[in-house]
Design a protein around this ligand. Structure first.
Ligand code: PMP
Length: 428
């Protein structure tokens, strides 16, 4: 075997040498062209581009992206195939099934966006809302604010229900607002990552049906970490991101629309404002429209889809219920450790805490930026501050998917304890 291998390598080298010797010398034909083009350049190659890529190791214990396990990295590093090759369609079909499992839905109109969570947010709104229509948004952190702005930009008539970061909307409050504003769409964030809240969802889908409203739910920060049942909870549109508990690299975003949502988006009078995010094209690209041919619409992120498929495969192997249980256990372990350090958790009620992203109230007298910088410098660890309305209120620690391990909770706790010892208490 060994000898045959050596022989083959030798033959290959000889073949390569023969091919090279039959080629014209490299310098003479290329040189004049190179000189001419060089001489016409006013911008030289940047020095940084002549240095190799450097990426440090970091513990990504913030709200995302999370560290990506080697198995998913390896999937993303597979050779590229054409985005319209039959093998790619197979992979996309697998992704669709993986998302249906993760969302607990049978919806045919289930795809992954070529883009981050924001692409899914815009896709949901651009396709189901027409200019001038009423949209109701629950704002209790940054994600409601964002969705309200997206809807406003496309010309919707936006109404918000606003609470302080981490606030919970009762079903009575939601129903009152639905009756008042008669929205075509109601938005709620399941895992409010800026506040560390897992918002209850039960019963809201039924209220939306009663008021002829589509129910749109953001699970970017919660999918795989906290239970969600798209079909059973009557959620009409659900989306997530690849880079949180799913542990794929950022850049793809699963989304699903049920029949009610399809009915609304495919009978609209105006075209959606975005060509890239138009579901009539995307449904064809994903083979969901029943047409025999898939036409070119855009070039999907092939490597990103390989990685997403692998992350969904890991979730299927682990099992959703096991994944939810595991996130809860590790989160509870972290919460106890944080309280033992004398820290206060921002979301008081345990059942409302998001298992993937924990928010700590900024300890009195400390400068949160100094704490985070200290942890990055001395522990190569990312934790983050608040976002949008929760800025200056919280420090966020995320342990999701691959990172969701008690030993990582210990590392995070040790880093925080070290920072609390070594960062000056501010005099302010
Ligand atoms: N929604 C929530 C709840 C999020 O946590 C995030 C990302 N932090 C987003 C939406 C936006 O996702 P992306 O950054 O991937 O666009």
């Amino acid at each position: 075997m060994m000898q045959r291998g050596l022989f083959r390598r030798g033959a290959l080298l000889a073949q390569q040498a023969a091919v090279e010797s039959s080629l014209p010398p490299m310098i003479s034909p290329l040189q004049p062209r190179l000189d001419r083009s060089m001489s016409s350049l006013t911008i030289p190659p940047p020095a940084c581009m002549l240095r190799p890529l450097e990426v440090p190791f970091r513990y990504l214990f913030g709200p995302g992206p999370s560290n990506v396990p080697p198995r998913i990295l390896a999937a993303g590093a597979r050779p590229i195939i054409g985005h319209l090759h039959p093998e790619m369609y197979e992979i996309m079909n697998d992704i669709k099934k993986g998302i249906q499992y993760a969302f607990q839905t049978q919806n045919n109109m289930t795809i992954a966006m070529s883009g981050s969570g924001h692409a899914a947010m815009e896709c949901a709104i651009f396709n189901t809302v027409e200019p001038g229509e009423s949209v109701l948004v629950a704002v209790n952190g940054i994600w409601g604010e964002r969705v309200a702005e997206i809807a406003e930009r496309m010309g919707a008539s936006v109404h918000t229900m606003v609470k302080a970061p981490g606030g919970v909307f009762t079903n009575e409050e939601i129903e009152k607002a639905l009756a008042k504003h008669k929205p075509v769409l109601f938005f709620l964030t399941h895992g409010e990552s800026s506040a560390g809240l897992a918002h209850p969802v039960d019963g809201i889908g039924d209220l939306c049906r009663k008021h002829n409203t589509l129910f749109l739910v953001d699970t970017v920060a919660s999918l795989g970490a906290a239970p969600i049942f798209m079909d059973q909870q009557n959620i009409d549109i659900l989306y997530t991101g690849s880079q949180k508990a799913l542990n794929a690299p950022p850049g793809t975003a699963p989304i699903s629309f049920n029949e009610r949502a399809c009915q609304k988006m495919f009978t609209r009078k105006t075209k959606p404002v975005s060509y890239l995010l138009d579901m009539s094209h995307l449904s064809n690209y994903w083979g969901n429209d029943g047409k025999p041919a898939r036409l070119y619409h855009h070039t999907g992120p092939v490597s990103g889809f390989f990685a997403l498929r692998e992350s969904l495969a890991i979730l299927a192997e682990t099992g959703l219920e096991e994944s939810w249980k595991h996130h809860k256990e590790v989160a509870e372990y972290l919460w106890t450790g944080l309280e033992d350090l004398g820290l206060k958790l921002f979301i008081r009620e345990k059942d409302l805490r998001l298992p993937s992203v924990t928010t700590i109230a900024i300890p009195q007298g400390y400068n949160w930026r100094e704490i985070l910088q200290y942890i990055m410098k001395h522990h190569q660890m990312e934790m983050t501050g608040g976002l949008g309305p929760s800025i200056n209120m919280v420090i966020r620690v995320g342990l999701m998917g691959y990172n969701c391990q008690k030993r990582n909770a210990d590392l995070a706790l040790a880093a925080l304890a070290d920072a609390l010892r070594n960062c000056k208490k501010s005099k302010a």
